[in-house]
Write a protein that binds this ligand. Structure first.
Ligand SMILES: *[C@@H]1O[C@H](CO)[C@@H](O)[C@H](O)[C@H]1NC(C)=O
Ligand SMILES: *[C@@H]1O[C@H](CO)[C@@H](O)[C@H](O)[C@H]1NC(C)=O
Ligand SMILES: *[C@H]1O[C@@H](CO)[C@H](O)[C@@H](O)[C@@H]1NC(C)=O
Length: 318
């Protein structure tokens, strides 16, 4: 008799989306599986994974995972392993597909409206309406060009403010101040700031860690990290609080910024002897298909594991 009362007490603090209490729509995957779908009323595709533990009455975290340039949602599901319950213990994973292989921020992206920001915003609303989402625990992770798009999302006051934290693996960071539909970085103000986790290989030649001035200019990773440190309340050009060795061979350094009482709000893994590859201790497609970029064949840690750990500590105030 007291059970519903106890249950409702247990849910205090969670942000229940309007989809809570609804049955899973018949076109969606059944719990424990994935399916490719279209966002209704658009030609945009995405892949959705619902965990076996899904309960329509319990708000569930939602993890976005965006593919790299000229890749797609299926490849990203395989690469990021966000549908693998060994990494993703209990969340819904969603893999949006780009229009033409490129995300807004890449010069080759299709910038016509509705653009990738509109799509991301609408897709999130669609999920919140149809599934029981914990709106304080919506996250965004990406690879490469997707990594650059992470920044685009975080920088947009409307869309970025709906995500609790951001992760980028080997991000390609274009300077988008003049790009139509993006413009200068202008995130909404919020107390908890914008947690940002970045991974980058020191021998990446696609999105070089120190940036590139060649045909597709990209910004140095350190500028991106310091930019988020500054927006999170660290001073201009703030140095990291720690930069520790986590593996000796290959050398992996973990840099952490503590800003304005928000410890570890910006973090970075600098991966020695790794190129444009999603770090994994089990060889993934990056390692098997691009031995030139990923000469070690696999890596000493799993980026996915670190991403889920980082996200677990980040919630929006709702
Ligand atoms: C932010 O994204 C929203 C949703 O896509 C869009 O309508 C708005 O124009 C964007 N804002 C800026 C400043 O670009
Ligand atoms: C951390 O230390 C490494 C090696 O000592 C250095 O190359 C790097 O610039 C430092 N900082 C960051 C943010 O990686
Ligand atoms: C990936 O990293 C290795 C090495 O630390 C662990 O042994 C694995 O358990 C881990 N995989 C997962 C799914 O966390």
């Amino acid at each position: 008799m007291y059970l519903p009362f106890l249950l409702s007490l247990a849910m205090v603090g969670l942000a229940r989306s309007s989809g809570c209490g609804r049955d899973i729509p018949s076109e969606f995957p059944s719990p424990g599986s994935s399916k490719s779908l279209h966002l209704p009323g658009t030609d945009r595709e995405y892949r959705l994974y619902i965990p076996a533990t899904y309960d329509k009455n319990r708000p569930t975290p939602l993890y976005f995972s965006f593919h790299g340039a000229s890749k797609d949602m299926l490849e990203q599901e395989e690469l990021s392993q966000f549908s693998n319950p060994e990494f993703n213990k209990d969340g819904i994973a969603i893999y949006p597909n780009s229009k033409n292989g490129y995300w807004l921020s890449n010069p080759k992206a299709d910038t016509s409206r509705p653009n990738d920001l509109d799509f991301t915003n609408d897709l999130l609303s669609h999920m919140e309406e149809l599934l029981c989402i914990d709106s304080s625990r919506v996250y965004s992770a990406r690879k490469s060009n997707g990594g650059g798009f992470t920044i685009v999302i975080a920088c947009n006051a409307t869309v970025g403010s709906r995500f609790a934290a951001f992760a980028s693996v080997s991000g390609a960071y274009y300077d988008n101040d003049e790009t139509p539909g993006i413009g200068p970085c202008a995130p909404a103000q919020r107390e908890k700031g914008y947690p940002f986790l970045e991974f980058h290989g020191t021998i990446d030649t696609t999105a070089p860690i120190d940036g590139s001035t060649s045909k597709n200019p990209k910004l140095p990773t350190i500028d991106i990290l310091e930019g988020w440190a500054e927006r999170n309340g660290c001073g201009h050009d703030a140095k990291w609080a720690q930069n520790v060795t986590v593996f000796e061979n290959p050398l992996v350094k973990h840099a952490i910024w503590d800003c304005d009482g928000k410890n570890g709000i910006v973090q970075h893994y600098r991966e020695g002897d790794n190129g444009h590859c999603w770090p994994s201790t089990v060889p993934n497609d990056d390692y098997t298909s691009h031995p030139d970029q990923c000469p070690l064949g696999k890596y000493v840690f799993n980026a996915t594991e670190y991403i889920f750990d980082f996200f677990a500590g980040c919630r929006l105030e709702v």
